[in-house]
Design a protein around this ligand. Structure first.
Ligand code: HEC
Length: 102
């Protein structure tokens, strides 16, 4: 029994790590480099529009997530669904809306 408990204690942190499978450092890098290649390195706008919080106030969190995942059809804004999970898109939406990239 105690051996089983010890096993559970060892496994729990690893499982928790998998559930929260969002690598904030990698995502921050992606936003700055990949999104930044079109939206400007400080996201003030370039080929794509300004992504700073003031410019995104007309978006609610969910819509912003959808724009990130599906892109803007007919424009240069690509869908990121092939590269990002919904959790990751959610993280980026929060990051942009709260000015994490400023
Ligand atoms: C290849 C260039 C390119 C890349 C890379 C790119 N975007 Fe865009 N993005 C655009 C363009 C162009 C638009 C404007 C589309 C339009 O005309 O409505 C846009 C629009 C947007 C909008 C809507 C802005 C608004 O005010 O309506 C959001 C949000 C956005 N992009 C987020 C991102 C994020 C987050 C990333 C990185 C994961 C990213 N984009 C990467 C080109 C790009």
């Amino acid at each position: 029994m105690s051996r089983l408990l010890a096993l559970l204690f060892c496994a729990a942190p690893a499982l928790a790590g998998e559930v929260a499978a969002v690598d904030a450092i990698a995502l921050e890098r992606l936003v700055r480099q990949d999104c930044g290649s079109c939206h400007g390195l400080s996201l003030k706008g370039g080929l794509g529009p300004d992504l700073r919080p003031d410019a995104l106030q007309h978006y609610d969190h969910e819509t912003l997530e959808t724009v990130i995942l599906d892109g803007v059809p007919g424009t240069a804004m690509p869908p990121w669904r092939p590269l990002l999970s919904e959790d990751e898109a959610q993280w980026i939406a929060t990051y942009l809306l709260t000015g994490g990239a400023e």
